[in-house]
Every structure is written in C-alpha cells, then in structure tokens.
Design a protein around this ligand. Structure first.
Ligand code: FMN
Length: 192
C-alpha cells in the first residue's frame, strides 16, 4: 500500500480482533513516530507501549469511545484494543507549549504505518490523564498527551460525503459512516 492510499483509506477503528500485535511491530510503529517532523527538531516526545493484559484493562478504563454515538461505539468485551501507545511530552525539553504539532505528526505516522500493516488505530484524546500517569508511573515532569489504541481491524467504517452534519453514525449494516468534506469545498486555488 502506498502512502496516499493509506492516507485516503485509513479510518478510525474501535473494534479489534483479539490477536496480539508482536512487540517488534509496535516498536516499528514507534520508530515511524521517531522520524516524524518536529518543531525546531526539539523532539520532546516519548512513547509507552502498553501490551500487558492487566495494564491494558486499566488503560481501557481511562479512555472514552466515539462520543457522538456513545455508548454504541464502545468496543464489546471481545473487541477491545490489544495494545496502546501512549504519547508523553518531556516538559523539560519544551515546557508546556510547542509540542502539539509534534504529537500530530508522530501520531499520524503511527496510524498510517499501522494501517499499512493491517492494524487499526483510534486516536484517543478524551482520556483521564491523571489516572494514566498513575497507572503507568509516568514522572510528573511529563505531560500525558495522547493514547493510540491498536489492534487488528474488526470493523469496516467508511467515509461518506459530508452534507450538513459532521457527526458519524452507524448504518443499518452496523458499520460506521464517517462524513468527510469534499475536496472542492476546502481547496482554494491561488487565491481565497
Ligand atoms: C485529537 C483527536 C482526539 C480524538 N479523541 C478521540 C476519543 O477520545 N475517542 C474516540 O473514540 N475517537 C477519538 N478521535 C477519533 C475521531 O473521532 C476520528 O478521527 C473522527 O471521527 C474522524 O474519523 P476517521 O479517523 O475515521 O477519519 C480523536 C481524533 C483526534 C484527531
């Protein structure tokens, strides 16, 4: 799969097969994040790979799924993520500013690389950061920014043209429809 195809076809996945992702694969995903663009090349981000079952269960309790359709978008008991990558920011490197774009570029590298490997991801921003820091023993000098949930895909959400509402919904087949703005609507050629 080329990068363009991955960018176009990737959708957020919230239902996962219960097949483990090898640690070598998760390391590869973090490696793709390591090489992402970074503001002033400061590279303040670090990553915690969570793969152990008891810890996984604890992180699951710290995240919220698919706000627009909650609780319908929650993974069922046999569909939960089999790993998480937690993106943390070393405040000693950047203070608490100038890191958000770094998180965006590294998270996207992880999500696209995963997609190419058949692994689905969900970027989780609605998280209990305090509890995650406690569970994972993250030092106070680090900011917990983002959790990426991972697992082999067990659903087939698809993009549909956005008419009025940006809210995703479930179709009659139980699959998620994700409205996206048309190219024409967002592109300005030469001048606004
Ligand atoms: C910064 C950010 C935070 C997000 N937080 C959550 C979240 O807490 N829970 C969730 O289920 N999805 C979350 N998402 C996923 C979005 O809901 C999803 O990207 C959006 O609906 C578009 O779907 P797509 O990724 O399939 O294109 C988040 C996405 C971003 C970029």
């Amino acid at each position: 799969m080329n990068v363009y195809k991955a960018a176009i076809s990737r959708r957020t996945i919230r239902k996962f097969k219960q097949k483990e992702i090898p640690i070598s694969t998760l390391m590869k995903l973090v490696n793709s994040a390591r090489m992402a663009p970074s503001t002033a090349n400061l590279q303040p981000l670090e990553y915690i790979i969570v793969k152990e079952k008891p810890l996984r269960a604890k992180i699951f309790d710290c995240v919220s799924w698919a706000g627009y359709i909650a609780p319908e978008g929650n993974p069922g008991s046999g569909e939960k993520p089999v790993a998480y990558i937690v993106i943390i920011v070393d405040s000693g490197v950047v203070g608490l500013s100038k890191f958000e774009r770094d998180v965006g570029s590294s998270a996207e590298n992880i999500m696209l690389s995963a997609w190419e490997m058949g692994i689905g991801t969900c970027w989780m921003g609605a998280i209990n950061r305090e509890k995650i820091a406690k569970v994972l023993k993250i030092p106070a000098s680090y900011h917990v920014d983002t959790v990426i949930a991972l697992g082999y895909k067990n659903e087939k959400p698809r993009a549909v043209p956005l008419k009025k509402d940006c809210k995703y919904w479930k179709g009659r087949d139980g699959e998620l429809r994700v409205p996206k703005k048309s190219l024409k609507r967002i592109v300005h050629k030469n001048k606004f």
